[in-house]
Design a protein around this ligand. Structure first.
Ligand code: BES
Ligand code: MN
Ligand code: ZN
Length: 498
C-alpha cells in the first residue's frame, strides 16, 4: 500500500485538524528563523521556542494543547534559507515523515515553504521526500514485531502550501508522486534477494508493469538471446542454472517517427564473481548488482504514469554470475554481439560484458542517445565515495545535461575523464581487447570497454556502484536499495522536452 498525498490550502494552517504539523525552521547564526505561523499556533508554541534550533536535522516535537487544529507541531531544522533548494525540501519532508513515525502517527501535514523556488518544484520535491520516506520493505517478514517496524506506517500526507501554487502545485504533486512511486518500485526490486529477484522475475515484473501502465514490452528468453547473437550475455550466464533474460520496455509518448532515447541498466541478479570468485565477506550485497536495471524499470514506470511526451526504450540484460563446471573461465575468448572479440581475464568483470551486448542492441536500433547505469566497479568508491555517481561518456553536452539533471534531482554526478591514453590498458594479445584494464583507474577503463560498443551515438555512462544502496540513508531513504538514479533519469528526459 502506497501513501496518499494531497494539497491543502495554507489559510487553514492553524485550524487544520492533524495529528502532526511539520514546519521548517531556518538557521541564522544559531538563531531559529520560523516561517509566519498563524498567531494561534505561534502562541501555543511559545513555550518550546527556546528549545528550537534551525540547524539541519534538529527536530523538536511539541503538543499544542489546541482544541482545534494541529495536535502536535514538529519543528524541523533546515539550515540557512539561502540553501533552500529542491533537495533541502526533499530531506525536510523525509524528516517530517520520520517525526510522525516516531510518534506512531499514520498521518501528518507538512507545511511547504516555497521561498524562491518555483511552486511546482517545491511541491514535487516535498511529494518525493514524503512518498520515498514512507516506503518500507516488509514483504519478506513473517512478523513485523521489531523495533524498526512496530511503528504504524505513514499512510496520509497533506502538503500545506505557503502561498497559492495553483496549477503548478497540482502538476508538481502529480509528477512527484509518479517519480517517487517509480523510485520505490526500483527499491523493492533491489531489496529482493537473488533467490526471488531472478532474471525471470525481472522479466515478469516488466510484463506486469507494462500491462498495468500501457507500455510495450518484450522479454527475450535464451533462444531469442541466441538468435540476437548476444554471446557476451550468454558467456556470463554459462555458470548459472537460471536462464538469462533481455528485457525491452518501450514508452511511446512521442511522435510516431521520433527516434527513441535508450536507458540501459545492468540487471545482474547476483554477482559471485564467477570463477574469479569474490571474497565471502559482504558477498550478500551483490544481490544489488541489478540496481541499474531496477532504476530503468522505475524510470519507465514513472514516465508512463505521468505521461512523458517522448519515445523512450529501456533495455535490461539480466543474468546471474556464478561458478560451475560450465562457467566462463579466465583466458576464454568470447564474441560480443557487435562482433568484437574479448579475452576474459577476470570473470568478475562481467557487467561490462552483458552491457556490451545491450549497448550494441541499442546502437543498432537507431536510438538518438544512450544513458546506461551500472553497479560496475568497486573503484568508483575509491574515487568518489558514496556521495556521487561517476559519469563518463562520448558527448560533452550529454554529460553536462545529465549532471545538471542530477543536481536538480538530488542525485549528483561527477565526471571522470575518458581520455584516449586509458584505452591502452585494455589491449589484449589474444583478442581485440581484454575485459579488465588493471588496477589504475578501474572505473575509467570499464567505461572505455563500454565505449567500444556505442559507435557514434551520444552516450553517457553512470557508475552507481558507490551510490545505489547503503547503510547511511538520508532522511527519505532507508537502509538497502536507494532506487537511484530514477529521479535523475526522469529529470534528464524532461529536460529534453525544452
Ligand atoms: N558488481 C561489481 C562491482 C561492485 C563492487 C558493485 C562493489 C558494488 C560494490 C562488478 O561486477 C565487479 O565485480 N567489478 C570488479 C571489476 C574488476 C574485476 C576489474 C571490481 O570492481 O572489483
Ligand atoms: Mn563482478
Ligand atoms: Zn557485477
Amino acid at each position: 500500500m502506497s501513501v496518499e498525498v494531497g494539497l491543502v490550502a495554507a489559510s487553514d494552517l492553524g485550524r487544520c485538524p492533524t495529528p502532526l504539523l511539520a514546519v521548517a525552521v531556518g538557521d541564522k547564526r544559531g538563531q531559529a528563523v520560523l516561517p509566519d505561523l498563524p498567531s494561534v499556533l505561534a502562541e501555543a508554541m511559545h513555550a518550546v521556542r527556546t528549545d528550537m534550533r534551525g540547524r539541519v536535522g534538529h527536530v523538536v516535537i511539541a503538543h499544542t494543547g489546541l482544541a482545534q487544529g494541529p495536535e502536535r507541531v514538529a519543528f524541523i531544522g533546515v539550515g540557512a534559507w539561502g540553501e533552500w533548494d529542491a533537495e533541502a525540501v526533499r530531506r525536510f519532508a523525509g524528516r517530517a515523515v520520520r517525526a510522525a513515525e516516531s510518534r506512531d502517527l499514520a498521518s501528518l501535514s507538512i507545511h511547504v515553504a516555497v521561498g524562491d523556488l518555483d511552486p511546482s518544484v517545491a511541491v514535487q520535491a516535498a511529494t518525493e521526500g514524503g512518498v520515498l520516506a514512507s516506503w518500507r520493505f516488509t514483504e519478506l517478514r513473517a512478523s513485523l514485531d521489531r523495533d524498526d517496524t512496530t511503528a504504524i506506517p505513514v499512510e496520509t500526507i497533506h502538503l500545506i502550501l505557503d502561498g497559492d501554487g495553483g496549477k503548478a502545485a497540482a502538476e508538481g504533486l502529480r509528477v512527484g508522486r509518479a517519480i517517487a512511486t517509480g523510485q520505490n518500485f526500483a527499491r523493492t526490486l533491489q531489496n529482493r534477494p537473488g533467490n526471488i529477484a531472478t532474471p525471470e522475475h525481472l522479466g515478469t515484473e516488466a510484463e506486469a508493469m507494462a500491462e498495468e501502465l500501457g507500455l510495450e514490452v518484450e522479454v527475450f528468453g535464451i533462444e531469442r538471446i541466441r538468435e540476437e547473437r548476444m554471446h557476451a550475455l550468454l558467456a556470463v550466464n554459462q555458470g548459472s542454472d537460471l536462464e538469462p533474460r533481455f528485457i525491452v520496455i518501450r514508452h511511446l509518448g512521442g511522435k510516431v517517427k521520433e527516434p527513441f532515447v535508450a536507458l540501459v541498466g545492468k540487471g545482474l541478479t547476483f554477482d559471485a564473481g564467477g570463477i574469479s570468485i569474490k571474497p565471502s565477506q559482504g558477498m550478500e550485497e551483490m544481490k544489488f548488482d541489478m540496481s541499474g536495471g531496477a532504476a530503468v524499470m522505475g524510470a519507465m514506470r514513472a514516465i508512463a504514469e505521468f505521461g512523458l511526451p517522448l519515445n523512450v526504450v529501456g533495455l535490461i540484460p539480466s543474468t546471474e554470475n556464478l561458478l560451475s563446471g560450465k562457467a566462463v573461465k579466465p583466458g576464454d575468448v568470447i564474441q560480443t554481439r557487435g562482433g568484437k572479440m574479448v579475452e576474459v581475464i577476470n570473470t568478475d568483470a562481467e557487467g561490462r560484458l552483458i552491457l556490451a551486448d545491450a549497448l550494441d542492441y541499442a546502437k543498432e536500433s537507431g536510438v538518438a542517445a544512450i544513458v546506461d547505469m551500472a553497479t560496475l566497479t568497486g573503484s568508483v568508491v575509491a574515487a568518489l565515495g558514496h556521495h556521487a555517481i561517476a559519469v563518463l561518456g562520448s558527448d560533452e553536452q550529454l554529460i553536462q545535461d545529465v549532471r545538471d539533471a542530477g543536481q536538480r534531482a538530488g542525485e549528483r554526478c561527477w565526471p571522470l575523464p575518458l581520455w584516449n591514453e586509458y584505452r591502452k590498458q585494455l589491449r589484449s594479445e589474444a583478442a581485440d581487447m581484454m575485459n579488465i584494464g588493471g588496477r589504475p583507474a578501474g572505473t575509467i577503463t570499464a567505461a572505455w570497454f563500454l565505449r567500444e560498443f556505442v559507435g557514434d551515438v551520444p552516450w553517457a555512462h553512470l557508475d552507481i556502484a558507490g551510490t545505489a544502496y547503503g547503510t547511511e540513508p538520508l532522511s527519505y531513504q532507508r537502509k538497502g536499495g536507494y532506487g537511484i538514479p530514477v529521479r535523475l533519469l526522469v529529470e534528464w528526459l524532461r529536460s529534453r522536452l525544452e
